[in-house]
Design a protein around this ligand. Structure first.
Ligand code: HEC
Length: 263
């Protein structure tokens, strides 16, 4: 079959074209069933197709190039349809990427208080923020300070505690905890030494509580140091206290000689 005297779309192209454009005007011969790709009609199309040129046969011109050069009106119609279809899809994507939304903390005209950032609904707790473990989050149980740790203390807990203590506490309490840190030497109020009896006997929860709520002129460290690290610091303070009051009897027997032999 020809259009404008030129060979038109291939068999599949025709089937497509017929279903898209003016299907009623196109004479399909022999009549095609819907969805059937024509094999009966093939000889008819074959006849209409011109001999492939020598250049085409040798692959110098690819068939699509040939088709481009032979774009018939019907083909153009199909192309326009396809381009319109694609641009509609692209248009949708841009719209989705460009949806109206609030920048953090911008003004809103929708809510009464004009804040886009919404406060928690009263009486609710954000997922993962239920602080039901009183021991872990307050250092207390039934309102009384505890002298135990909410999780087992390991060497890595102590190492973490040492690191955090040196960062957050030593500027005032100094690295050993005697309360002579650099800020104190420059005039800040001197805290009590962690090695005095009162603080050696103070329960572990006391240190946690001071870090969480502050004490006298000392600000709290609840924002800077999260609960797990606060407990690690408590463990390290306990190790510091032990370090200043240990006797040889506290050292395991097999390691005593090693200590004594050191200059
Ligand atoms: C900016 C200096 C400063 C820093 C940093 C600081 N403290 Fe203090 N801390 C003080 C001062 C000053 C006091 C005494 C406050 C008072 O008596 O008014 C104190 C008191 C304390 C007490 C109570 C002592 C008592 O007499 O009962 C504890 C426990 C304590 N600090 C622990 C810590 C820990 C743990 C950190 C690290 C997370 C820390 N502090 C960081 C200055 C500091």
């Amino acid at each position: 079959m020809k259009l404008n005297g030129k060979p038109a779309l291939g068999v599949n192209g025709w089937a497509l074209f017929a279903s898209y454009a003016n299907a009623s005007k196109v004479l399909l011969y022999p009549p095609f069933e819907k969805g059937e790709i024509i094999s009966k009609g093939l000889p008819l199309f074959e006849k209409a197709r011109p001999e492939r040129s020598r250049r085409e046969r040798q692959g110098e011109i690819c068939p699509s190039q040939l088709q481009n050069s032979l774009l018939s009106r019907a083909n153009r119609k199909l192309c326009v349809l396809l381009v319109l279809g694609f641009s509609a899809v692209i248009g949708c994507q841009q719209k989705m990427a460009d949806q109206p939304r609030y920048e953090p903390l911008t003004r809103s005209t929708l809510f009464g208080d004009e804040r886009a950032a919404r406060p928690l609904v009263e009486g609710t707790v954000a997922r993962g923020q239920l602080r039901s473990d009183e021991h872990f989050y307050t250092g207390k149980q039934g309102g009384k300070l505890v002298d135990t740790f909410p999780f087992p203390v390991t060497p890595s807990t102590l190492a973490r505690g040492e690191e955090r203590f040196n960062i957050y506490c030593s500027p005032c309490h100094d690295r050993v905890g005697t309360g002579q840190g650099m800020i104190v030497r420059r005039g800040y109020r001197a805290p009590a030494s962690f090695h005095m009896d009162r603080l050696r006997q103070a329960p572990a929860g006391y240190f946690f509580d001071v870090m969480t709520n502050g004490f006298g002129v000392m600000p709290d460290y609840a924002q800077q140091v999260h609960p797990e690290d606060r407990w690690a610091i408590v463990a390290y303070i306990r190790a510091l206290q032990l370090s200043q009051h240990a006797t040889l009897a506290d050292v395991p027997e097999d390691q005593r000689r090693q200590l004594e032999s050191k200059p």
